[in-house]
Design a protein around this ligand. Structure first.
Ligand code: IFM
Length: 447
């Protein structure tokens, strides 16, 4: 399938997140995060893995910047560790933590790489968790203070800001399914957390706008088309869509929660204060889209909320995460955002796949399946652009293999391989290929 050209100025990059790559969890005054606590609690993460060392990026960032430069990758999405900046989540600022991000940003700019900064990629300071975490509405105000500080310190050099990464995962996987930090299993709490996260997004947007630096500000959502396993399951698919997609899109772009979901949550619907929805729906400059798979569901009255069961269609290809490879879903998501939500500008802030990689005898990593996955998704992205979707960029998840949350180091998403024994980086075939795609702005014919 050919990948045709992308628009001039299309932003090409890769993405990572602080806890997944940095390591150095006790260094230079960094405070504890909920992921330190969660990963060190036995039973939470596969093989007892933690982010203590991860890719040691905290020390090796110059090498990682060089890697991006050598591959010719013009943009990089990173996240800031809140507890490096505010070890207790608020109050005392840790200048050493800020210094690290200053050095990182300087290094990127020096290498001609445009940084996109995410403020919250799931590593809440544990001290704030001890006060209730995201279930405590005050956390939203502390988040805005953190956004203000980081915006002041980096806003002269960083133009693109993402408040939250995948609030649906932080809220529901962290507080309902219990598989992510802080490991709670309480639906009502999760729903309230989702609202508080959205309020904190709105407050952070306000704080960043108040700096009057002309920053481009957005939020990143993980979106997955919900499809019924058969005609008998259309309502189940609507519930799934409401739960995973509309619950976040509607307040952000329409200023209201979806009625059907409010009815389903009933008493568990969030406490919404006057003005919250105006705060949440304040205009943003772009939406970040993380796309990995579609969700095919059946009705399941006994199942977890929203009483659906996920089906794995037969004959499909699956990644190491057991996620279906369904490139067309990316097109569907982008077109829906364009047509139904009139999203003004979008970046694909994550897309990629985990496959078990092997190092061949000649030292090469021929990750053909990942390469094919990326190619197929880029083709769909390009199709959406041709059909009018305002898509401005694409970031592969991930620059390098890293700590995949509850799956620890068992899942490799990188286009660069990381040997966790000696921290050696090896560019995979997909990495070399992606460098070529970027150089040619996607105009290469790949067969
Ligand atoms: O590794 C994660 C990332 O932190 C958020 N989006 C999905 C990725 C793969 O699971």
């Amino acid at each position: 399938m050919p990948i045709l050209g992308f628009p001039q100025g299309f932003v090409w990059g890769t993405a990572t997140a602080a806890y997944q790559i940095e390591g150095a969890v006790k260094e230079d005054g960094r405070g504890e995060s909920i992921w330190d606590r969660f990963s060190h609690t036995p039973g939470n993460v596969l093989n007892g893995d933690t982010g203590d060392i991860a890719c040691d990026h905290y020390h090796r960032y110059p090498e990682d910047i060089r890697l991006m430069q050598d591959l010719g990758l013009p943009a990089y999405r990173l996240s800031i560790s809140w507890p490096r900046v505010f070890p207790e989540g608020k109050g005392n600022v840790n200048e050493h933590g800020l210094d690290f991000y200053q050095r990182l940003v300087e290094g990127l700019l020096g290498a001609g790489i445009t940084p996109f900064v995410t403020l919250y990629h799931w590593d809440l300071p544990q001290a704030l968790q001890d006060e209730g975490g995201w279930a405590n509405r005050d956390t939203a105000s502390y988040f805005a203070e953190y956004a203000d500080l980081v915006g002041r310190r980096l806003g002269d050099r960083v133009g693109y800001w993402i408040t939250h990464n995948e609030p649906a995962i932080a809220a529901f996987v962290g507080h309902y399914f219990g598989e992510h930090a802080p490991g709670r299993r309480d639906l009502g709490m999760a729903v309230q957390v989702s609202h508080n996260l959205l309020v904190s997004h709105g407050e952070a947007v306000e704080a960043l706008r108040a700096l009057e630096r002309g920053l481009q500000i957005g939020i990143t959502l993980n979106l997955s088309p919900a499809q019924p396993a058969s005609d008998a399951h259309v309502e189940a698919a609507q519930r799934q869509d409401g739960f995973a997609n509309r619950w976040f899109l509607d307040p952000l772009f329409r200023g209201s929660y979806p009625e059907d979901m409010l009815a389903l949550y009933g008493d568990l619907a969030p406490a919404v204060q006057a003005g919250d929805l105006e705060t949440i729906s304040a205009p943003i400059d772009f939406l970040g889209v993380n796309y990995y798979f579609r969700t095919v569901v059946e009705d399941d009255p006994e199942g977890a909320f929203p009483q659906t069961r996920t089906i794995r269609p037969e004959g499909a290809e699956y990644t190491g995460m057991r996620w279906e490879v369904y490139p067309q879903g990316l097109y569907e998501v982008l077109m829906r955002l364009h047509q139904e939500y009139r999203v003004p500008r979008m970046f694909i802030t994550e897309n990629g796949a985990a496959f078990p990689d092997a190092i061949d005898a000649d030292g090469q990593i021929r990750d053909d399946r990942r390469l094919a996955y990326l190619e197929a998704h880029l083709t769909q992205a390009q199709r959406a652009i041709q059909d009018g979707a305002p898509l401005s960029g694409y970031f592969v998840w991930s620059l390098m293999d890293n700590f995949e949350w509850a799956r620890g180091y068992s899942q490799r998403f990188g286009i660069v391989y990381v040997d966790y024994e000696d921290q050696q980086r090896i560019v995979k075939s997909s990495g070399h290929w992606y460098g070529d795609v970027v150089r040619q702005n996607g105009s290469m014919i790949l067969t």
